[in-house]
Design a protein around this ligand. Structure first.
Ligand SMILES: C[S@@+](CC[C@H](N)C(=O)[O-])C[C@H]1O[C@@H](n2cnc3c(N)ncnc32)[C@H](O)[C@@H]1O
Length: 311
């Protein structure tokens, strides 16, 4: 009985701390710099990497998350998107740009497993440093600090462009689409995965949903989410778009990631405790946002869109 009481007290205290930190320390988007600062600190504190590995994106679950490890699901996600987008049809040596590359998890798979020559770009200098550390010598995979809205790259200089979950941090979605398609050669392959809001035509947003949406934006430095249709139109409206834009909603394949990302803390308690009190507090601080994301994706307020088109 006493043990039970202590466990319950510990859980309640952790939850209380978590909500206090969550409310007091939002990471509101103000400019691209606020995104860079958020990712610099996430990268330097290593919580994300120690818990969830090299990939800062959701997993693809072919079966229940109870039977699939979060880290494996993330790797499966990369292969599924490569296959679905048609990137796997490009020959070895093709030049691929990874827009918003994180610490290079996808870029290394594209280089290692498919033989591509990859450039990863991100606004976070800490991510570039860490991506370089994690990349084995000899792998055709480079990283640079660069803004997706102002790519310092030649027109048509890539055979493929890949961008996973960078869109939610980008304020001007049309410019984001234009820049990715501008650097893609005619006939090249574009593959994008994004967190999208429900289309405004699909229903009014209730007061509760508006409050949840505000938290989803403000807690993780997101300026706004586009809907799947809106982003498809941005791609179609770009003068560099070479044809049809195909879309799919992968919410059902990715949604187990949210709860699984919390369970990872229980599966790998050493990872959390090795970060000390500060890391532990940072970890529990993310739980309310993760749970709200889970709710938003399961209630239809948010959707996980994937997009493919040609340059
Ligand atoms: C959720 S993480 C995804 C990382 C990576 N794609 C992955 O799947 O592991 C979002 C990434 O987008 C990058 N990002 C956000 N805004 C950006 C911008 N304006 N230009 C370039 N990268 C940006 C962040 O720095 C971060 O690396």
């Amino acid at each position: 009985m006493t043990v039970f009481f202590w466990i319950l007290s510990l859980i309640s205290f952790s939850l209380f701390l978590s909500v206090c930190f969550w409310l007091s320390k939002a990471r509101r988007y103000t400019s691209t710099k606020s995104v860079a600062t958020a990712y610099d600190s996430w990268t330097n504190e290593r919580l994300l990497e120690k818990l969830w590995g090299e990939h800062v994106h959701l997993g693809y679950y072919k079966q229940s998350f109870l039977k699939c490890d979060f880290r494996k699901a993330k790797i499966d996600f990369v292969h599924e998107l490569i296959r679905w987008s048609g990137l796997d049809q490009l020959p070895k040596g093709s030049r691929i740009l990874d827009v918003g590359c994180g610490i290079g998890g996808s870029a290394r798979i594209l280089a290692q497993d498919y033989g591509f020559d990859v450039l990863g770009i991100t606004v976070s200098s800490a991510q570039v440093r860490r991506a370089k550390e994690l990349t084995p010598q000899g792998l055709s995979c480079r990283f640079e600090v660069m803004n997706a809205l102002d790519l310092k790259l030649e027109n048509g200089s890539f055979d493929g462009v890949w961008s996973v979950e960078a869109g939610p941090h980008i304020p001007d979605k049309q410019q984001y689409a234009d820049e990715m398609l501008r650097v893609l050669r005619p006939g090249g392959v574009l593959a994008v995965a994004d967190w999208n809001a429900r289309d405004p035509l699909d229903g009014e947003t209730s007061l509760l949903e508006k409050w949840v949406m505000r938290q989803l934006l403000d807690q993780w430095a997101h300026p706004e989410f586009s809907s799947i249709n809106e982003f498809r139109n941005h791609l179609l409206n770009s003068r560099f778009c070479g044809g049809e834009v195909q879309i799919e909603d992968w919410t059902k394949f990715t949604i187990p990631s949210w709860l699984d990302s919390v369970f990872e803390g229980f599966r790998r308690p050493k990872a959390i405790f090795s970060l000390g009190l500060k890391g532990f507090v940072s970890g529990i601080r993310e739980i309310p946002t993760i749970l709200l994301m889970r709710w938003a994706f399961s209630s239809g307020l948010m959707e996980f869109g994937v997009f493919r088109t040609r340059g």
